[in-house]
Design a protein around this ligand. Structure first.
Ligand SMILES: [Zn+2]
Ligand SMILES: [Zn+2]
Length: 221
């Protein structure tokens, strides 16, 4: 069954969406913010929130815009446990990666840990499945270096300022030696504000990673 329009699909077809829904996916395409890939109004190539700011996460890219049938696709692996849908998304991400020459091939893929998105705790991490599928296509290894060292409140309960406070120092890199001097790309399903990505990137850079970028399946804009 198509995850979006619910149309029955032939048994031999293993895709998440039917072909009609699939053609409605919107790839992320220029012009977008050179830093965070937002498509809000740009000045000198960057959006208002990236203007003049420094980020630990140097670059964010995504395969698609978070629009139309992709909502159903993400929902199917985020809340309905459809692992094959996440694997297919990861394979697509690997294919679309080539469109972004500014996103370098990293030495390590790092899935955003589940505890960065508390609203979503249910025992498996969809970002890890995405990273695993990308790794299978590209041969780039996956590592899970981030661990939680103290409890945090759910981010959605807090306003922007308190969010930063809430998450500061809550995570550590377990074995900094593994990422020391390495170039990393964080993998996530949907990038909304980029805040979790930045929190991850800060920790990773503090622990010695030389470059941290991020790549998501979909970008909310
Ligand atoms: Zn459909
Ligand atoms: Zn931006």
């Amino acid at each position: 069954m198509c995850a979006h329009c619910r149309k029955d699909l032939p048994g031999s077809y293993s895709g998440t969406l039917c072909l009609a829904c699939r053609t409605q996916l919107v790839p992320l395409e220029a012009p977008f913010c050179l830093r965070c890939a937002d498509i809000s109004p740009l000045r000198h190539g960057v959006c208002a929130s990236c203007q003049g700011e420094k980020f630990a996460c140097r670059l964010i890219r995504a395969a698609f815009l978070y629009r139309g049938p992709i909502h159903s696709w993400v929902y199917s692996f985020k809340y309905r446990g459809r692992f094959p849908a996440a694997q297919e998304a990861g394979r697509l991400m690997a294919r679309h990666w080539a469109r972004f020459r500014e996103l370098p091939a990293p030495e390590i893929l790092v899935p955003v840990p589940l505890h960065f998105r508390r609203e979503n705790e249910r025992g498996y991490n969809q970002a890890e499945i995405l990273a695993g599928a990308i790794s299978k296509e590209t041969g780039i290894p996956v590592l899970n270096p981030l661990i939680r060292v103290r409890k945090t409140k759910p981010q959605w309960e807090l306003d922007k300022k308190d969010r930063k406070q809430n998450i500061a120092g809550a995570f550590k890199v377990a074995r900094p030696g593994d990422i020391l001097g390495r170039k990393l790309v964080l993998i996530d399903d949907v990038c909304t504000t980029g805040f979790s990505l930045e929190a991850c990137a800060l920790e990773l850079k503090r622990s010695g990673a030389v470059d941290v970028c991020a790549y998501a399946f979909a970008r909310e804009v």
